[in-house]
Design a protein around this ligand. Structure first.
Ligand SMILES: [Zn+2]
Length: 144
């Protein structure tokens, strides 16, 4: 049996300070017209891309007094300059067509390399980013 594949124009979800949009990602359509991931690993892969490959969040060091560093070049960032920024990535999963992910989150843009880095002042952003994706998939009736 061949998989029926569907490219979803836009899927959006939000949680707290984070809003995500997934555009053009491919999903598998089942006989009952519900959608599911083309591969059970897709969700894990997606989070790995955002957190480890693209390094969306600034590096945080220190315990009582936190310092933030650019995840691209290592320069120190001033967290008081934090404001909502939309960062976008073009991703490609396996042999499926490329798609884009846009994530709106509180960022400081690095003055050295221009990379916007998510500033996680309250240790909630990684959770909020994951949850925003979960809500987006739920709203679009896409199962893992
Ligand atoms: Zn930098």
């Amino acid at each position: 049996m061949t998989k029926k594949l569907i490219q979803q124009a836009h899927i959006t979800g939000s949680e707290g300070d984070v809003k995500i949009t997934l555009s053009g990602a491919t999903f598998q359509e089942n006989e009952d017209l519900s959608l599911q991931f083309v591969d059970p690993e897709f969700g894990v892969w997606l989070m790995e891309q955002i957190f480890w490959q693209e390094k969306i969040l600034a590096i945080k060091k220190g315990w009582l007094r936190k310092k933030y560093f650019c995840s691209g070049c290592g320069a120190e960032l001033n967290p008081t300059l934090c404001s909502p920024v939309e960062v976008s990535y073009r991703l490609e999963f396996s042999d499926y067509p490329p798609f884009s992910v846009s994530i709106l989150l509180p960022c400081v843009t690095c003055s050295q390399c221009n990379k916007p880095c998510g500033i996680d002042l309250r240790d909630r952003l990684d959770f909020q980013i994951s949850e925003a994706f979960v809500y987006a998939f739920e709203r679009a009736n896409i199962r893992a």
